[in-house]
Design a protein around this ligand. Structure first.
Ligand SMILES: Cc1cc2nc3c(=O)[nH]c(=O)nc-3n(C[C@H](O)[C@H](O)[C@H](O)COP(=O)(O)O)c2cc1C
Length: 201
């Protein structure tokens, strides 16, 4: 079947079902006034090693309401990406509702704040990996109420739980991270296989 995205108003569902699995950035941020915020985003990935850089694409609006995370990142330039293990899935999901800005989603989800090392927003204690991030730039994608802000940020500090990192190797299966699929589906990272990339001589 051939599909022209411009003439298929459900293309969003197709795109979200074929670009899978997507890692989830569970982002803790703070407004300029110090209001805490926590929300998940799966338009997320790592895009360079030096400097270590990640991107997250955040819709500027949910309906008429501006998304707090993008607003906070633009106001303060700092945030934390907390990676999401299976045991955190339900708590993560609770924070995805469009709460008013003054609601602290750490409390909604029953999660614990712990101070970050180099950035002001706290990290999620229950998460196995926290990436402290400093904003580099926000690239606008689309227009008006449908616009996205593609957040480009440098990872300036990293925390990994000691039971999944021996100083050299990360226990990827032990992390128990989940990925976002299309619809309401998720997957677990629990079926690994190995393959070395060939070297051209
Ligand atoms: C697993 C998951 C992934 C999501 N990914 C995104 C995303 O990549 N971009 C986005 O704009 N919203 C995404 N959302 C929706 C936001 O989490 C939701 O709009 C949230 O209320 C934003 O909160 P905020 O206003 O506190 O920033 C996702 C929701 C879930 C449950």
């Amino acid at each position: 079947m051939k599909i022209d995205p411009k003439s298929n108003d459900r293309f969003v569902n197709i795109l979200k079902s074929v670009v899978i699995p997507r890692p989830i950035a569970f982002v803790s941020s703070q407004s300029g006034d110090g209001l805490l915020n926590l929300a998940p985003f799966s338009f997320f990935n790592a895009v360079s090693y030096e400097p270590p850089t990640i991107v997250i694409s955040i819709a500027r609006f949910a309906g008429d309401k501006p998304k707090d995370t993008l607003k906070n990142i633009e106001e303060t330039g700092q945030f934390v990406v907390n990676m999401v293990s299976r045991h955190l899935a339900e708590a993560m999901n609770k924070t995805a509702a469009e709460f008013p800005e003054e609601v602290n989603e750490f409390e909604v989800a029953g999660l614990t704040t712990v101070s970050s090392e180099l950035v002001a927003p706290p990290r999620v204690l229950e998460s196995p990996v926290n990436l402290e991030c400093q904003l580099k730039q926000v690239v606008t994608i689309g227009e008006g109420k449908k616009a996205y802000g593609l957040v480009v940020a440098e990872v300036v500090y990293c925390h990994i739980k000691e039971d999944v990192f021996d100083g050299h190797r990360v226990d990827m299966q032990g992390l128990g991270l989940i990925g976002r699929l299309g619809g309401h589906s998720y997957c677990e990272v629990d079926n690994l296989f190995e393959m070395q990339a060939p070297v051209y001589k």
